[in-house]
Ligand binder design. Structure first.
Ligand code: ZN
Length: 143
């Protein structure tokens, strides 16, 4: 599953941090961990964290992790996010966290996202086709 990180300021006090389970206060930096689903499989899943509560960065194995929308933050806050990401990368024993991190703008991400959705859709179609042919093979064997 494709994943990315979306950063921004909390728009309200309503979102809970999945680590400490406290609400993220409006205008605080929030870190969204987003799992992208193939089209037709429901909405993307988004989990929010306080910046300080982020302890790992996950993503697909051997793939770059996109960090989206960082440019919308104030200069100092961008710095905090980059420091946090660096710190996690350095302190991580886990291979999955030792990936290249790319900082993307919303626009760059959107283009990427469209591509990801297409890829997922494509893979899903391939899988369906594979299953279809598998069934055909099985039917053949029965004959
Ligand atoms: Zn928290």
């Amino acid at each position: 599953m494709k994943q990315y990180i979306e950063v921004g300021y909390a728009l309200s006090n309503r979102v809970k941090c999945q680590n400490c389970l406290q609400n993220i206060v409006k205008d605080d930096i929030r870190i969204g961990h987003v799992l992208t689903r193939p089209p037709g499989f429901g909405f993307d899943k988004k989990i929010w964290y306080h910046l300080l509560c982020l302890t790992s960065i996950k993503g697909d194995r051997n793939q770059d992790l996109d960090i989206v929308n960082i440019h919308s933050l104030k200069e100092g806050d961008q710095q905090k996010v980059r420091q946090k990401v660096d710190q996690i990368k350095k302190s991580s024993y886990q291979k999955k966290d030792q990936k290249e991190v790319k900082y993307l703008s919303k626009q760059e991400h959107f283009q990427n996202y469209v591509k990801i959705q297409k890829d997922l859709h494509f893979n899903q179609k391939l899988r369906q086709q594979a299953m279809f042919f598998q069934k055909m093979d099985q039917t053949d064997e029965q004959w």
